[in-house]
Ligand binder design. Structure first.
Ligand SMILES: [Zn+2]
Length: 406
């Protein structure tokens, strides 16, 4: 089946499979709502009658609804179409080594109630039971009666090809945990799990309605660990065993600090939140051991606040992380030569302080510096909740076109 992108709608004509035309209509309304049937017919270069048949089906199925009436110079006033999110919702979960956050969204990934969070349980059985209870509570808060389309979970680790098991999550110490099925058994709602960097990359892909869908891009999420998602020609790079793109564990220096994965000197071990805090406190805090109690309440956000108020040690710690972030980005650039790199995570909220250092380090190790200088680096603010949006996209994107996440 042809791949669906909202920019490929001009290819939608009679004779195309019905499913494809439905996906094109849904994605056009998602990207440009409100739209009238006449707008759709014009955008799809097809007859209004053909569009109406598809639209009527989608209204019957509860995916579209007719809202306000528009203005027309002459003739019938058009009725506007919207994605119908009134009775459907998605549960998005951002699982991190330290805390897990929950957001309820509509079908477009927009939050409907306040985000809640709880400390992550390291023992898988306890984590799943606690998460199930929290998710039920979030659904009650969202409003009873809404149909939940599914739970999307981003995890700090690798996920198997079937999307069922966490193969390895270094910071949690999880190996081969059947997260999907054990949560599904408790909730009776479909569950989708994905590595955090990849889910963020998917969400960016899904959100880009217009240009760049066929481009090569990368998503780097710097947090407790380092998640990377690589998109090649508009498709997420998975590799044969679904473990491609783990740039976080490319060594920067084999004699470097301990990494959560069991090796030493990985890129992650130089740029994770813990490594930034280690530098600030002047002592190595191992990601393989519990964080010392006296440090557990001090976060990278606190460190950034101190840097902004002129604390020299905080500034030095941030700049060192920025330098290593740039060096690792150079490897990424040398390997995939993307058009754009998205960056997110706590430290990215200090982008104004670290951008110059990151770019200098990147250019110092890029094999084609002139080409690397053209790469767009886009910081994603934490207030946009990129990981939770990534989790929501795992559930919502397939509704609009299965091939988007194939
Ligand atoms: Zn590692």
């Amino acid at each position: 089946m042809p791949r669906v992108t909202s920019t490929a709608f001009v290819a939608a004509r009679r004779g195309l499979p019905r499913d494809l035309n439905r996906q094109i209509v849904l994605n056009l309304v998602r990207a440009r709502q409100p739209l009238s049937r006449a707008d759709l017919a014009r955008l799809m270069a097809t007859r209004r009658g053909a569009v109406s048949l598809i639209v009527n089906d989608l209204i019957t199925e509860g995916l579209l609804f007719e809202g306000a009436t528009g203005e027309s110079a002459r003739g019938r006033k058009p009725t506007f179409l919207y994605i119908d999110s009134r009775k459907r919702c998605v549960l998005a979960v951002d699982m991190r080594a330290t805390r897990t956050s929950i957001m309820v969204t509509d079908l477009l990934g927009e939050p409907t109630i306040a985000i809640s969070s709880f400390p992550t349980e390291i023992e898988p059985g306890r984590f799943v039971r606690k998460l199930a209870a929290r998710l039920r509570r979030a659904l009650d808060e969202h409003g009873k009666g809404a149909h939940c389309e599914g739970v999307g979970i981003v995890v700090p680790g690798m996920v198997d090809r079937a999307g069922a098991r966490v193969v390895f999550a270094p910071r949690l110490g999880w190996r081969d945990v059947p997260l999907r099925d054990s949560l599904q058994a408790l909730l009776d709602i479909p569950v989708y799990i994905e590595n955090s960097g990849r889910a963020c990359a998917l969400a960016q892909l899904w959100a880009s309605h217009e240009a760049g869908l066929d481009a090569d891009t990368a998503y780097v999420s710097v947090s407790d660990g380092l998640g990377v998602g690589v998109v090649v020609r508009g498709e997420l790079l998975r590799g044969r065993h679904n473990v491609a793109g783990e740039f976080g564990h490319v060594p920067i220096n084999v004699d470097g600090p301990a990494c959560a994965c069991g090796a030493t000197g990985c890129w992650e071990a130089y740029v994770s939140n813990l490594s930034t805090l280690s530098r600030y406190f002047g002592r190595e805090i191992s990601p393989r051991k519990p964080i010392p109690a006296e440090l557990s309440r001090f976060t990278v956000d606190d460190l950034i606040a101190r840097a902004r108020s002129g604390d020299g040690k905080a500034i030095a710690a941030l700049q060192a992380t920025a330098h290593y972030l740039g060096l690792g980005l150079a490897s990424l650039v040398n390997a995939i030569d993307p058009m754009r790199i998205h960056l997110s995570g706590e430290i990215i909220s200090a982008w104004d302080l670290i951008e110059t250092t990151v770019r200098q380090a990147l250019l110092s190790r890029a094999l084609a510096p002139a080409a690397a200088a053209e790469i767009e680096i886009l910081p994603i603010p934490s207030q946009d909740y990129p990981r939770l949006r990534g989790a929501a996209a795992l559930v919502a994107a397939p509704i609009f076109g299965k091939s988007m996440v194939a």
